[in-house]
Write a protein that binds this ligand. Sequence first.
Ligand SMILES: Nc1ncnc2c1ncn2[C@@H]1O[C@H](COP(=O)(O)OP(=O)(O)OP(=O)(O)O)[C@@H](O)[C@H]1O
Length: 538
Amino acid sequence: MGDVNRENQFQISMSAPPVDELTVSEAAGDDVKKTSRDQRKALPGEPICVVCGRYGEYICDQTDSDICSLECKQTLLGRAADTHLPVGLPPPKRVAATDECFYVRDSESSSLTGDQTELLRRKLEIHVKGDSVTDPILSFSSCNLPEKLLHNIQTLGYDMPTPIQMQGIPAALTGKSLLASADTGSGKTASFLVPVVSRCAMFRLDNLSTNKKPLAMVLTPTRELCIQVEDQAKLLGKGLPFKTALVVGGDAMAKQLYRIQQGVELIVGTPGRLIDLLTKHDIELDDIMMLVLDEVDCMLQRGFRDQVMQIFRALSQPQVLMYSATISQEVEKMASSMAKDVIFVSIGQPNRPSKAVKQLAIWVESKQKKQKLFDILMSKQHFLPPAIVYVGSRLGADLLSNAITFTTGLKALSIHGDKSMKERREVMKSFLVGEVPLVVATGVLGRGVDLFGVRQVIVFDMPNSIKEYVHQIGRASRMGEDGTAIVFVNEENKNLFPDMIEVLKSSGAVIPRELVNSRYAMRSFPTGKGQRKRKYGS
Ligand SMILES: Nc1ncnc2c1ncn2[C@@H]1O[C@H](COP(=O)(O)OP(=O)(O)OP(=O)(O)O)[C@@H](O)[C@H]1O
């Protein structure tokens, strides 16, 4: 288990007195609106108050609904009292939880024999490593999930678990830590959220205390991904004692703090903002029993690693669930040091692009890249909107989106880290509803974000690592739907040539002649006389 040095922890106040809402809102900079009139109108795509339809960011602690103000909260609670409807209270039918193991196989008849388990794993390319790894499930109803959660899964249209869910959900329900990798777009989010919702809801049902400290935390590298994960968590936890708080930059911290202080089960956040919040305010983290690191390879890289470890040390030995489409040996090592008895699950070939994405690598000199892009965008045969163009810099994203609109007449918008949360939300919304066929993005949209409906990705500037490339082109296909990725390559990307060739080769894609013939195609670049050259793949 990780180092649980209490001195390094954030201040943890053990007994939070019941907080008066007005006091909190005042202390928090009066950000929680008192009346509906004080609240602004909702922008497209933003949550709306279920009572008055205004902006509903402040979410009422006793309901599952988005509420704009204290006034609408009272109205909603009043309505519920009138109709004797429970508002966010535990459902009457309680699900029995086992003490230590939360995973209970259903009837013997639907369980698999050892041979069948092996066969299923082989067929679906489910690879597992670790002590007593639970069998995969064939249906969501096989592991004693709360009824409401099963209903929510059904409502989302998930009839069958995907392979990562088949193995990941029962494994995580045992309470053991997990490092899992599976293709982009293969359902990893639900694979960790289903156990999170289930364990948190069951805990609350069994421990009816008024002091609702957070029970689980999901960390992701970007605000967009956090929003998406929180949205999905809300859908899965609907009707259960399961509330969420979003802790990301760009939104007022006061509201995020207020929401947590009112009692939530799950915090979803980016490491930087979370540390900011934790160092400035007393947030009790001692009940956190699950920590999820989504896009774990990115979270444990320089840049995020120190922040993630700082947060991890503030927790009391939680179960750690770590997920990504790309995982290195170094990440495996770090994962093993964060928790004991880690189970390793991987689906298919690790670190490979989704097979559903057809890749077309084109050799284009830097000066010609823009013209080449315009040619593609103006070709009915080659441009397959909705599409994302990935570039390497924020300024580049702005300039290129303007140039696209100017030259081709296509409406294009840019999205990157310099844009405010509001601007980013608006761009996403316009894109997702089809007002804009093309978005030019930096790495902000490279990982995890489920851009359902995207058919094409154009990698204008190769990212710094082949892993990021795998994530970026993964946006072109979700749940195995066909997608295409066009990638511009030239000598500026020479550091990635060997990896690039390997990835293209393994996907059966054509490798540009210039790439194969380049002296940088070898793993060890020839750097001087007498140096042994190692041929690619040798
Ligand atoms: N069992 C299921 N049945 C049908 N659809 C599903 C199922 N599980 C997830 N999905 C849907 O599949 C899409 C991709 O899922 P998700 O975003 O979790 O992929 P991911 O593996 O996390 O991808 P990435 O590596 O890019 O983050 C989502 O739209 C999600 O709602």
